[in-house]
Each structure stands twice: as C-alpha cells, then as structure tokens.
Write a protein that binds this ligand. Structure first.
Ligand code: FES
Length: 144
C-alpha cells in the first residue's frame, strides 16, 4: 500500500469512528437520565432539604423541567413538565423568574415560551409541554 492510499484509508477510518462516537454520545446525552434520579422509575429527583428551596427555583434533567411554584413541600407546590420543546424537540433552556415563563432559546431553540402549566404562551410551538407526576417522600421529591 502506498503512503497516499494508507493516509486515505486512515482518514476514512477516523471519520467513521468519529461519526459513530458522536452519534452514540449525542444519543447518550439526549436520553441520559438525571444523575440524581434515585433509581426506580423516577426521571428526576430533588432533595428538598437542599434544592428548590424558593419559589422560582428550577431544575432541568432526565427530560423534565421541575419548578417550585409555591411554598411548602407538597406536590402542588411544584410544576413538573416534559423539558422537550414541542416545536422541534430541543430541551428547554431555562425558567425565567422575571416573566414566570419557561424559555426555549438559541442555540437549539427558537424562542417558544411556556407557562408553568405547560401551556404555550409564545410560539413557534403550538402544543403544550406534557405534565408529569410529582411525588414526595420525606425530603425526596420524585418526578415520574
Ligand atoms: S425547538 Fe423550542 S422553539 Fe423551536
């Protein structure tokens, strides 16, 4: 094999390895549950002794956005919604405590805004974020 052929084959092999690795990594990131999920079927958990202490605090992970919307450690004090924007599937970026809206921003998102109930406030999204179930056992909040 000539040097030019060897370099060509090596480049092709590296390109395939990178593409495969990137695809695996992207899938892992998209499907990765929150590291602090407490096991079981929980998609996201929170330790209420140290997290989400104040109204407006939020956490995104495991395909969930979890927002404290009121005082107290009862399920009704929290909103848990899918964090996957219904426009084109980006993970929502943040919860804006000034506007009380969930934002899907660049670089992935296109500016959709949702209320804490999941309803679309501003498009381009047209469908609400699906609601998820919150349960609390002691200081451990679980979203499923
Ligand atoms: S993916 Fe969220 S606004 Fe487009």
């Amino acid at each position: 094999m000539e040097r030019r052929d060897f370099v060509s084959h090596l480049s092709m092999a590296m390109a395939l390895a990178c593409a495969g690795g990137l695809a695996a990594c992207t899938k892992h990131m998209a499907d990765a549950p929150d590291n602090n999920n407490g096991g079981g079927n929980a998609k996201l958990t929170a330790d209420l002794s140290t997290e989400l202490l104040n109204t407006g605090n939020f956490k995104i992970g495991g395909g969930v956005i979890l927002i404290r919307i009121a005082a107290g450690n009862t399920p009704s004090a929290f909103s848990a919604l899918s964090s996957t924007c219904t426009h084109q599937g980006c993970t929502v970026s943040t919860f804006n405590t000034g506007s009380d809206l969930i934002e899907c921003n660049a670089p992935c998102g296109h500016g959709s805004r949702y209320t804490t109930t999941g309803a679309v406030q501003t498009g381009p999204a047209t469908a609400a974020l699906p609601k998820m179930t919150v349960s609390i056992n002691g200081n451990t909040l679980s979203v499923s």
